[in-house]
Write a protein that binds this ligand. Structure first.
Ligand SMILES: Nc1ncnc2c1ncn2[C@@H]1O[C@H](COP(=O)(O)OP(=O)(O)O)[C@@H](O)[C@H]1O
Ligand SMILES: [Mg+2]
Length: 340
C-alpha cells in the first residue's frame, strides 16, 4: 500500500533542463522524509509536482490517498505547503494574517485568534504581532509564512527549505515546532540543503542530485555509507604531506584525500578519540608538525562526494531564499569536533 506521499517516475523538463529525471518516493504515514540535495537538484520541482502547482511530463503521484494528476483540487484541500499558498498580506499585521488564514479554513473567530497567538509566540513574533507585515525583516516574513502554513495541521505537509535564511536560534525553534507537528501524526516532506537538519527531523532521507533520488536511508545509514567519521589533518610543511599520508593510510578505513593547496589530508576511520590520539602520537614520533587536527562526522559534502563522486556544487541561493546565501555559506563550513 502506498504511503501518505507516493511518487513514481516523475519527469519534468524545462526546455533543455531535465529538472526531474524519474523521481520515486514513498513516505509512510506519520513520518518525515527529508529530501536532501544541493541547489538545482530538483527539490522544489518535486514539491511543486506533488502539491499540484506543476504538472509533471510523466509519472504518477498519490498524496493523502488521492491521485495528484486526476484530482488536484482534492489534494490541495488535504495538504499544507509553506512558502507558496500562504501569501503574506503586506498591509495586514502578523496577527491579522494568521487569523485570516484560520478563518479561510473555517475556524471560528475565537479559535483563529487563539491559534494566531500561539503561533506568534512559537515563532518569536509576539513583539511584532501588531505591526504590518511590510515592516518585517526577511527572516520575520519567512517565520510568518511558516506560521501561516501551520495554522491548521493538515494530514500531509510540505516544507521547501523551511529554515534556509533563518538564524540558528530561529532554526532550532522551528525544529521544535516541526517535531510537535509530526508527533501529532502529520506526514511531512521537507527539503533541505543541510544534513544536520535532515538528521534532526527526518525518519528517512532521500538524497537527490540532477533530478534523481541517488540514495535513500536513515541519516545513520547514509553516514555509514559515506564512511562514518574521519580524521582531518592540516600539516605545517608542504614537504611533510607524503609522510603524513603514509601515517593516515595506516590508520584509515579507506582512501586518504589530499588537498595540496590547503595542506589538508582526510581519511575515514573508526575508533573515535582514542584513534585520534594514536594518530597524533604517530605524527609526533615521525616529526611531522601539524597546524590542525580533528575528528569530524560526515557533512553533506562528504555524502555527496561519496555517492556521486563529485562535490555538491555551491551556487548562489534561490532568489526566493531570503538571506539564503549567508546561511548556505554557514551550513557548508565544515564542522570539526576537536579533541577534548
Ligand atoms: N520554471 C523553471 N524554468 C526553467 N528551469 C527551471 C524552472 N524551475 C526549475 N528549473 C531548473 O530545474 C532544475 C531543478 O530546479 P529546482 O527544482 O528549483 O532545484 P532545487 O529546489 O533542488 O534547488 C534547475 O536546473 C533549475 O534551474
Ligand atoms: Mg529549491
Amino acid at each position: 500500500m502506498p504511503g501518505a506521499i507516493y511518487a513514481e517516475g516523475l519527469v519534468k523538463t524545462f526546455g533543455d533542463v531535465r529538472a526531474l529525471d524519474g523521481v520515486d518516493l514513498d513516505v509512510p504515514e506519520g513520518t518525515v522524509l527529508g529530501l536532501l540535495g544541493p541547489n538545482g537538484a530538483g527539490k522544489t520541482t518535486t514539491v511543486r509536482c506533488l502539491t499540484t502547482l506543476l504538472r509533471p511530463d510523466s509519472g504518477r503521484a498519490v498524496v493523502a490517498g488521492i491521485d495528484v494528476l486526476d484530482h488536484p483540487d482534492q489534494v490541495r484541500r488535504s495538504i499544507g505547503l509553506s512558502g507558496q499558498f500562504a501569501a503574506v498580506d503586506e498591509y495586514l499585521t502578523g496577527r491579522e494574517n494568521l487569523q485570516m488564514v484560520g478563518q479561510l479554513y473555517q475556524m471560528s473567530a475565537k479559535a483563529a485568534k487563539a491559534r494566531a497567538g500561539e503561533l506568534l509566540d512559537q515563532f518569536n513574533l509576539a513583539d511584532a504581532a501588531d505591526r504590518p507585515a511590510k515592516t518585517y525583516s526577511g527572516g520575520m516574513r519567512r517565520r510568518l509564512d511558516l506560521a501561516a502554513a501551520l495554522v491548521v495541521s493538515p494530514p500531509v505537509m510540505f516544507m521547501d527549505e523551511p529554515t534556509t535564511g533563518l538564524d540558528p536560534r530561529n532554526r532550532q525553534q522551528l525544529w521544535e515546532v516541526i517535531k510537535q507537528l509530526v508527533s501529532g501524526g502529520t506526514t511531512l516532506l521537507l527539503t533541505t540543503q543541510y544534513l544536520e537538519e535532515a538528521d534532526h527531523l527526518a525518519h528517512d532521507i532521500a538524497v537527490v542530485d540532477h533530478g534523481r533520488v541517488i540514495a535513500r536511508g536513515t541519516s545513520d545509514q547514509l553516514k555509514a555509507r559515506t564512511g562514518g567519521e574521519r580524521v582531518e589533518v592540516v600539516v605545517h610543511e608542504r614537504e611533510h604531506m607524503a609522510a603524513a599520508a603514509e601515517v593516515l593510510a595506516g590508520f584509515g578505513k579507506g582512501d586518504t584525500t589530499v588537498e595540496e593547496h590547503t595542506r589538508k589530508l582526510t581519511v575515514p576511520v573508526t575508533g573515535g578519540a582514542k584513534l585520534l590520539a594514536e594518530v597524533i602520537r604517530e605524527l609526533d614520533v615521525r616529526g611531522i608538525e601539524i597546524d590542525d587536527i580533528g575528528l569530524r562526522r560526515p557533512t553533506l559534502d562528504d555524502v555527496f562526494l561519496s555517492l556521486t563522486g563529485h562535490a555538491a556544487e555551491v551556487k548562489d541561493a534561490d532568489e526566493d531564499d531570503e538571506g539564503g546565501t549567508s546561511a548556505d555559506t554557514r551550513g557548508r563550513k565544515r564542522k570539526k569536533e576537536s579533541v577534548k
